[in-house]
Design a protein around this ligand. Structure first.
Ligand SMILES: Cc1cc2nc3c(=O)[nH]c(=O)nc-3n(C[C@H](O)[C@H](O)[C@H](O)COP(=O)(O)OP(=O)(O)OC[C@H]3O[C@@H](n4cnc5c(N)ncnc54)[C@H](O)[C@@H]3O)c2cc1C
Length: 392
């Protein structure tokens, strides 16, 4: 197996990302517990807050919630490096080829050919033949556009996200993820690494509704942002447990990304070719699920290729296992997934609240949290049942 990557050099890009227990159990099976623990934070709680900082809902996460393995909050670049090291160790040093931008494919009933251009010069390169081609080329997937040429741009939700990382003193217990606000103005904050000086790298997202056409940046994760575009909206967000303006001010810069996804499609597998991860099902980041779903795809695909003798049958089997589940999640995330509770509080308590249980029953809040876990496949029961031993 070989991975062809467009960028000439793999760098530790991105900011924070979450790995939920159902994907962590698979990474542990690959012996990645030690490197993950060496860099990530084992997230112990998730809290939702109103814009005045009052707590709406708090729930334990990972081991603290009774899962057999943790939820990790980690720097995306560090996660990518751990996965890259594993691929190079297991598959050989020539398993990842950089600087090759996939352009198109052709296939027969015996093989598939991938065509590339050299990144930078744009020169055509020799085609590569194989038994199977897996399109893992993200939200702007060229493999996908070959099968869906009329699909066009990602679907814009009307919100812009600014993402950054600040080194700061830990907040709460140093293992808590918080979501604050509502659909018009929101912040998401969680620590992703400990520093030897006792401080932490704290990942933050500032989100603002900007309801106009899809911005020029259709899905480039590396576009630098301008803090002036959001800071003024958060000036009052000084909570006794976290000072948001100070946190925003502490980062060197930030990145701007539109809230986008893709409509679910009816097929990912076309004979010897299939799609995986964001190429298959780019979803809005509500619910912190994108990376975990890509890992679950990879496991299902590997299992299908192991069990079936015909490539075409394996790719169909993988699609059957994963397409409907991820389509349901994509649609749920359009309703903001479990974060819907923030908007419900905003609408039901426009003047704030003294006690959240004057406005919601505990059963209602529990149901919002639990139904999303069920849909995304990470209730404690689902993870315990799926957790396999290393030799399985
Ligand atoms: C640079 C970058 C930074 C990100 N930062 C964050 C973040 O901070 N937080 C977060 O939650 N999510 C982030 N994401 C998204 C997150 O990693 C994905 O949503 C998720 O992990 C699914 O991963 P994926 O492998 O399917 O897609 P991606 O992670 O998007 O990876 C797709 C890969 O395909 C390569 N590629 C694209 N087109 C071609 C082509 N034609 N030929 C060859 N290679 C190609 C890209 O260079 C990229 O390496 C980022 C993605 C990228 C690319």
């Amino acid at each position: 197996m070989r991975v062809f990557e467009a960028v000439p050099e793999i760098q530790t890009l991105g900011v924070g990302i979450n790995l939920l227990p159902h994907s962590v159990s698979e990474l542990w099976r690959l012996d990645l517990r030690e490197p993950l623990d060496a860099t990530a934070i084992r997230t112990g709680a998730l809290r939702y807050h109103a814009t005045d900082g009052k707590t709406i809902w708090s729930e334990p996460r990972g081991i603290d919630a009774g899962y057999p393995c943790p939820q990790y909050s980690i720097h995306r670049g560090e996660l990518q490096q751990i996965l890259l090291n594993t691929v190079l160790r297991e598959l050989g040093s020539d398993a990842v080829v950089t600087g090759r931008r996939f352009t198109h494919l052709s296939q027969t009933d015996k093989s598939v050919s991938a065509h590339f251009r050299e990144e930078g010069s744009g020169g055509a390169l020799e085609a590569v033949d194989g038994d199977c081609l897996i399109g893992a080329d993200g939200i702007m997937s060229t493999v996908r556009s070959g099968f869906y040429p009329d699909e066009g741009n990602p679907v814009y939700a009307g919100q812009i996200l600014w993402r950054g990382v600040t080194e700061a003193e830990p907040f709460a217990d140093g293992r808590t993820m918080v979501m604050i606000g509502n659909n018009a103005l929101k912040a998401v904050v969680y620590p992703i690494a400990a520093r030897p000086n006792g401080r932490q790298l704290i990942n933050w997202i500032a989100e603002r509704a900007i309801d106009k056409a899809l911005p020029q940046n259709k899905g480039d994760w590396n576009k630098p942002g301008d803090k002036a575009d959001f800071l003024e909206y958060f000036t009052n967000w000084h909570f006794d447990w976290l000072d948001m303006p100070k946190l925003f001010a502490g980062s060197e810069g930030c990145w701007e990304f539109p809230m986008v996804d893709r409509d679910p499609v009816a097929r990912w597998s076309f004979d010897r070719v299939t799609l995986i991860g964001d190429a298959a099902h780019a979803m809005r980041p509500n619910g912190s699920n994108g990376a975990s779903q890509a890992i679950l795809d990879a496991v299902a695909l590997a299992d299908a290729l192991h069990d079936e003798t015909r490539i075409e049958a394996a790719l169909k089997r993988y699609e059957t296992a994963r397409l409907a589940a991820t389509a349901a999640l994509t649609l749920s995330n359009r309703q903001t997934g479990p974060e819907v509770v923030l908007q419900m509080v905003h609408e039901r308590c426009p003047d704030g609240f003294d006690d959240i249980y004057d406005h919601f029953t505990e059963a209602e809040l529990t149901e919002i949290a639990d139904s999303y876990k069920q849909l995304a496949g990470f209730t404690t029961q689902q993870v315990a049942a799926a957790m396999r031993q290393p030799d399985e």
